[in-house]
Design a protein around this ligand. Sequence first.
Ligand SMILES: Nc1ncnc2c1ncn2[C@@H]1O[C@H](COP(=O)(O)OP(=O)(O)OP(=O)(O)O)[C@@H](O)[C@H]1O
Ligand SMILES: [Mg+2]
Length: 454
Amino acid sequence: MPQVEENEDTVGLRRQVLERLRVARYALIVLAFGCLVLALLPKIVAVDLLALFLAVLVTWLLTAVPLPQPQRQDLRLRTTAAAIWPDTSMKMMAEALAAPCFIIDRHAILRYANKAAVDSFGSVRPGDPVSFKLRVPELLALIDAVGRGEEGETVRYAERGPTERVFDATVTPIRIAEGRRRPDFLLVLLSNKTEVVRIERMRADFIANASHELRTPLASLTGFVQTLLGPARNDEVNRERFLKIMLEQGERMARLIDDLLSLSRIEMKSHVRPDTVIDIGEIVQHSVNALLPLAKSSGTSILVHATDRPAMVRGDWDELVQVMHNLIENALKYGRAGGTVDVSIRFEDGGDGQPGVAVSVKDDGPGIDAAHIPRLTERFYRVDVSRSRAQKGTGLGLAIVKHIVARHRGRLSITSEKENGSVFCVWLERATVTENLPALELKEENQSINMSQN
Ligand SMILES: Nc1ncnc2c1ncn2[C@@H]1O[C@H](COP(=O)(O)OP(=O)(O)OP(=O)(O)O)[C@@H](O)[C@H]1O
Ligand SMILES: [Mg+2]
């Protein structure tokens, strides 16, 4: 922990020594005066004794009685306080702050940095200019202005680097003695706003994206209505074609609104963990059955590897169906036409040894470039927008999956190799309340069911 290497004891001792020296100086002056009197009047013994007596008396008075020097004392106190500041209690207060804070003098020289500041900005040395750590022109300009006696203020700045960090820096003047224009010290308090800014940006992007996604089919609908009311009023052949497109666009808008509502519903209950005990195997079967027509249309086979006994998890049936449906549908839409989609359920302990169930959906399609993988669960993020639109995708599927898995306190992992397909895996904690389980129906271990329909 950075320290200014001087404690109050040392300073107190130094003050006492200085005080004694000051008194000794007066005493010497008086003694010298006494000696002078003795030298001038050597013959008069009584005067000799009187001078000596006076010298001792004045010395004693000067040593014992403190001199009333209010102004000088005040100045000394201020100097002493400035030398030891920040003192122990101030340092303790700075350490109690969760936010990083620097205490600097008015020339921007560092006096103290709390632990949070050292953790965020690396180790610091008292005596160094604060600009060694805070190299932000707008913040340094504010420190300079406050040091010259202007009011304290807050500035927001973004720190460039490998990862962008955004801080609100508040510079507050500290005056040890009241009534001075220029402060003795400055407190620079930093509040990390990176996450807040990221969420603000995401919210703004989301509104922009949602409006754009809704506006596109709406513009198409309006365009066709105008055409049907105008030039194509009596065009029997095109009317039907246009109406079909309009229907598709209307359905697209409805899908988008359904997905948005679904996302907001899940977000609203994100803090409540579902507690119904259900068999994830049944959910997979249900989703696969619903997607057989799509698999048939692309000539893709779906292979299901089930567990030898029910894989029970605590979850919400509809939400987990949404998860499995989207993952298997994605594998069919973006995998290889005529290929195979493998859905496998297995018992797998979590990293902390917690018993769990993992469901992985693997396709043998073109895979996903590594750069896209971390962004796939962002709302409206699509690797190939036109391909997704052609497949009637809204780009919200994986965002919904991520939120549902998070609400179930589970984990979603995505691995993919270019030209080697992708694997989307959902891990959920295994339910341990056995009395709620339906009668176990033992099947062959790792039973493989070919669900393809030819
Ligand atoms: N198995 C996969 N293989 C290759 N790319 C995939 C796969 N799964 C998802 N993707 C990519 O991730 C993007 C986002 O998927 P997501 O499910 O969120 O949206 P979508 O499928 O386009 O639309 P929606 O799910 O709303 O119908 C897809 O557009 C696609 O580019
Ligand atoms: Mg999808």
